[in-house]
Design a binder for this molecule. Structure first.
Ligand code: HEM
Length: 277
């Protein structure tokens, strides 16, 4: 009897360790991602916010694909709104997932959550308008379709996230909130994905062209939101239904993904953000 109890205890301890490891590695990835997202938010605030305060909107146009186009009042208004919302969503998004805030400040979680979902839907609708009303100077038609797919998923996932919260189905709500966060982060993943590719290729970007229509560019246009979603599903499966070995394997994968994310952030900051500050 004692032997059976000892074996059960040992198995329970191993199961606890596997659970702890998968949770720790997910938290580790999230912390690195938050640093990267707030760096992006900082760049948006300082570069776009700073030049707006100086009244120098030419800087915006030089930095963007089209920026402000003479006579395109609607498109230009969406550009302004896009940048304002880009800051709000990139800064406010990670706050939703901090457990301490969820538990100790539920009102802040609810208000920030509603603002996040509203911002996600409006930025996507505005983005769709900008993509289809203006010439595809980068990415071509395939790029337009890929980023539109991202926008549609953001809208659909946002609606499901808010509906599961209203129905108090908190297990489903957490899952959909994670999915929404990852698709909203698609444009951020695009930038760090590019940075990572340059890092892995020692300063060059094979498969990428000036107008972002190369094979690597196309892979990144789709992969920047579909790959994170795939990894999230693997993680959720391993965490909830996976065997002990599955949990350990997922933890190792998350650890590798954290290193890759960190390298991507480091390079994106060097290439896209810091030189413009
Ligand atoms: C949801 C999170 C999003 C964030 C944080 C975001 C952020 C940004 C930022 C910062 C820029 C300026 C370029 C730069 O300095 O890097 C930009 C430009 C742009 N974004 Fe987004 N974006 C998001 C979603 C989208 C979506 C879903 C679409 C399309 C459906 C979109 C379409 C565009 C377009 C077309 C431009 C270039 C505008 C122009 O120059 O004509 N964005 N975005």
């Amino acid at each position: 009897m004692d032997l059976i109890n000892q074996n059960t205890n040992a198995t329970n301890i191993r199961a606890l360790k596997a659970n702890k490891m998968i949770n720790t590695s997910a938290t580790f990835w999230f912390l690195v991602a938050v640093i990267g997202q707030w760096l992006f938010a900082y760049y948006i605030a300082i570069f776009y916010g700073g030049s707006a305060i100086e009244g120098d909107f030419v800087k915006w146009t030089k930095r963007m694909i089209h920026g402000f186009i003479d006579g395109d009042y609607m498109g230009n208004a969406f550009v302004l709104l896009h940048i304002l919302l880009a800051f709000i969503i990139t800064f406010g998004g990670p706050i939703q997932f901090i457990p301490m805030i969820q538990k100790r400040f539920p009102l802040l979680h609810r208000i920030n959550g509603r603002a996040y979902i509203f911002t996600a839907i409006v930025i996507s609708l505005g983005g769709l308008y900008m993509v289809w009303s203006r010439e595809a100077l980068v990415g071509g038609f395939s790029g337009q379709v890929a980023i539109s797919g991202n926008a549609i998923l953001i809208i659909v996932f946002s609606v499901i996230t808010i509906r599961t919260a209203i129905r108090k189905n908190f297990v489903a709500h957490r899952r959909w909130a994670f999915r929404t966060f990852l698709v909203v982060s698609g444009v951020w993943f695009f930038r760090i994905g590019f940075g990572l590719w340059i890092f892995l290729n020692n300063g060059s970007a094979p498969g990428s062209t000036q107008d972002l229509t190369g094979p690597f560019d196309m892979f990144l246009y789709w992969g920047d939101y579909l790959l994170p979603l795939l990894f999230l599903e693997l993680y959720l499966f391993a965490k909830e239904k996976g065997s002990m070995l599955g949990k350990y394997m997922m933890s190792v994968l998350l650890f590798i993904l954290t290193l890759l994310t960190g390298a991507g952030i480091f390079m994106a900051a060097q290439i896209f953000w810091i030189p413009n500050l």
